[in-house]
Ligand binder design. Structure first.
Ligand SMILES: NC(=O)c1ccc[n+]([C@@H]2O[C@H](COP(=O)([O-])OP(=O)(O)OC[C@H]3O[C@@H](n4cnc5c(N)ncnc54)[C@H](O)[C@@H]3O)[C@@H](O)[C@H]2O)c1
Ligand SMILES: O=C(O)[C@H](O)CO
Length: 322
């Protein structure tokens, strides 16, 4: 009997490939740091039974409609905004993702970003590297306090909660805005539900942790930044598309807000001449929220398991539900 064919859009460690090879024929884009070209993906999808993909692969309606044998798309990520889920559902193609396994790691990075932006750590590093460190000065590189400040989380899901828990360790006052109220979380973390405007107007740190959807597209726009305190810091490690980057640039440049910590951008990778990077009050990272060795291994193994489950006719552990 012929084996099902799995296409992997990125070079993966041998043990992950071998796990799949035990039951499947495997094709793989052999580069780790370069996404598969769209025309290669399109061609592979015409014969693949399963796709192992990442956040940088646009799995769109046209590709899906030509994928005659495709049974499952498994993405090595929790966010699946790169996949046309309606088109897949219309053709009974399953979509699996990796929720939960990366929440704590992503929350660690989000909090690191918050702390780095608040205490101006990248600016301090630059001062030393550039030999600009002079005598101790009373107001040199003064930043914002984290302890006892108000942390406003937009999107109190798995990662939002994990960020909030870290905030409690710093004695922060946690407020959140979410699709629905979460009484259990309120009790456990001591967080308070507020309307979006109150969150924006009163928080010292505003952290976006929603998925990227039509509803959250440019949720952080000019009006939203203008509602924030001019001492507040904006943190985004969700998806770049939740933010109008032009509006963020203006808000930072005009002093409407104090600073920003960003792990994600509307078009990734950004180039060094991106306008936001010209501002000293921007702490920018290259989308490394879930990038601990442990977590990335777990995500890869989980994705391979989802593919095997789907191809065996079993229900994958973590299906995206519409
Ligand atoms: N930077 C990174 O490397 C990285 C890593 C992991 C996840 N992410 C991003 O983080 C997102 C969240 O992941 P998660 O596992 O916490 O997801 P989740 O589904 O557990 O949480 C998302 C929360 O956002 C809320 N939400 C959705 N739309 C909203 C809206 N319009 N207004 C207010 N709240 C809204 C939902 O109710 C939910 O509670 C992912 O979708 C992904 O885009 C980024
Ligand atoms: O959505 C995700 O999982 C991240 O962006 C990558 O880990």
């Amino acid at each position: 009997m012929t084996k099902p064919y799995v296409y992997m859009t990125r070079k993966m460690p041998a043990s992950i490939v071998e796990k799949l090879e035990a039951e499947c024929d495997v094709g793989m884009w052999e580069k780790e740091e370069e996404p598969v070209p769209e025309e290669v993906l399109e061609k592979e999808l015409q014969t693949a039974d399963a796709l192992f993909c990442t956040i940088s692969d646009p799995v769109n309606k046209e590709n899906i409609n030509q994928a005659e044998n495709l049974k499952i798309i498994a993405t090595m990520a929790v966010g699946f905004n790169n996949i046309d889920v309606e088109a897949a559902a219309a053709r009974n193609i399953q979509i699996a993702h990796t929720p939960g396994v990366l929440s704590e790691t992503t929350a660690d990075l989000t909090f690191a970003l918050l702390m780095a932006a608040a205490r101006r750590i990248p600016e301090g590093i630059e001062v030393i590297k550039n030999n600009e460190w002079g005598a101790w000065a009373p107001f040199f590189l003064t930043g914002q306090d984290i302890h006892q400040a108000r942390l406003g989380i937009i999107g109190m899901g798995r990662i939002g909660e994990a960020v909030a828990k870290r905030g409690t360790g710093f004695d922060m006052d946690i407020v959140y805005h979410n699709r629905s109220r979460k009484p259990e979380t309120e009790k456990e973390i001591g967080a308070r539900y507020v309307e979006l405007d109150e969150l924006l107007e009163t928080s010292d740190f505003v952290c976006v942790m929603t998925p990227y959807t039509n509803e959250t597209h440019h949720m952080m726009n000019r009006e939203a930044f203008q509602k924030m305190k001019n001492t507040a810091i904006f943190i985004n490690s969700s998806r770049g598309g939740t933010v109008d980057e032009e509006a963020l640039f203006e808000a930072l440049k005009n002093g409407d807000i104090r600073g920003a910590g960003l792990d994600v951008f509307e078009n990734e990778p950004i180039s060094a001449d991106h306008r936001l990077l010209s501002l000293p009050n921007v702490t920018a990272l290259p989308h490394i929220g879930s990038a601990s060795e442990n977590t990335r291994w777990k995500m890869a193994e989980m994705t391979a398991n989802h593919i095997l489950q789907g191809l065996r006719g079993e229900k994958p552990d973590h299906l995206v539900s519409l």
